[in-house]
Design a protein around this ligand. Structure first.
Ligand SMILES: [Fe+2]
Ligand SMILES: [Fe+2]
Length: 201
């Protein structure tokens, strides 16, 4: 079985296939945008650190793939894992998907697991910051993101403790981590429904 996983994984883990899986289970625009944002951030770290960009990107794209069908923590993401297994995604991806969930308390013992955790909440938060600015992410400074992190009512669903813990886990200063995520999301601003400076003119 592990052998099969490895072989299938090498042949089959493509972004197209993951997108097909994701959109089969997820119709909500905001969830799809969240998946795209976390993918972009996680990919940027794979590039930066010299890891497998496709595997990291696909893992991030799928991390909440079952949230729409399993919107409660007694099911998400643990009941999604057998579906991914059935679809022959590699165990490395599935384990990383499972490890993003705080309530499962799984060890985040690989660079992929650490990075996915570090990018999940912060990508959502930076996305929310961009949505309320007339120029989206352009000119968004870490300083103002940090200020908003201290306002509990702004993007209240984002767990601040996980944002701070994530940066610490990957050993990147929070300012730098925020700047990296902002930079990663900029090229997909349109897909994320964000305005750009051109729209503000
Ligand atoms: Fe999740
Ligand atoms: Fe997420």
């Amino acid at each position: 079985m592990p052998r099969r996983g490895i072989v299938v994984g090498l042949v089959d883990v493509t972004r197209d296939r993951a997108w097909e899986t994701l959109t089969r289970y997820t119709k909500s625009e905001s969830l799809l945008r969240h998946a795209l944002a976390v993918e972009a951030s996680t990919r940027s770290y794979a590039r930066r650190l010299g890891h497998d960009e496709e595997l990291w990107g696909v893992t991030a794209l799928l991390h909440d793939f079952d949230y729409e069908i399993h919107p409660t923590l007694d099911k998400h993401p643990q009941d999604g894992a057998p579906i991914l297994r059935e679809e022959a995604y590699p165990e490395e991806l599935i384990e990383a998907v499972l490890s993003h969930a705080e309530h499962l308390a799984m060890p985040r013992d690989t660079p992929l697991k650490k990075t996915l955790f570090a990018c999940d909440e912060l990508s959502g938060f930076v996305h929310a910051c961009g949505l309320v600015r007339p120029t989206g992410l352009e000119g968004l400074e870490p300083k103002s993101v940090k200020k908003k992190l201290k306002q509990p009512s702004f993007a209240a669903g984002v767990h601040r403790d996980e944002v701070y813990a994530g940066a610490e886990l990957i050993g990147v200063e929070l300012d730098e981590h925020i700047a990296n995520v902002v930079e990663a999301l900029q090229p997909i601003a349109k897909e994320l429904g964000l305005r750009t400076a051109a729209d503000a003119v």
